[in-house]
Design a protein around this ligand. Structure first.
Ligand SMILES: [Zn+2]
Ligand SMILES: [Zn+2]
Length: 105
């Protein structure tokens, strides 16, 4: 497994989300899981700021429409250390996800 083709050098880039992207709620926060389209490793990302009940209605500075950021960027956080990644996780790829409605209620 050491030299399989998935061990490509670290490179920051934005790519299309994985086809098998899925999310689940676990321990009060949301976890996105999928196979990284770039390095083909499984990656999991926990969104700590999406603990149910913490998405408040209304913002401190009093905007009329609360804006919850529905689009998030998930970075590849696979368990493999890619070449040149140093202390960073994953291969540098990131993709945008749209949060499920349940995550915002
Ligand atoms: Zn990887
Ligand atoms: Zn990756």
């Amino acid at each position: 497994m050491r030299n399989h083709p998935g061990n490509r050098p670290y490179r920051e880039q934005t790519v299309a989300p994985p086809g098998d992207l899925e999310w689940r709620e676990e321990g009060g926060s949301w976890i996105f899981r999928g196979t990284c389209p770039v390095c083909a490793h499984e990656t999991e990302k926990e969104l700590f700021d999406l603990v149910p009940g913490t998405v408040t209605k209304g913002l401190p500075w009093g905007r009329k429409q609360p804006e919850v950021r529905r689009e998030r960027t998930i970075d590849c956080e696979c368990a493999i250390t890619h070449r040149g990644a140093e202390e960073r996780n994953g291969c540098g790829a990131g993709w945008k996800v749209r949060l499920p409605d349940e995550a915002l209620s």
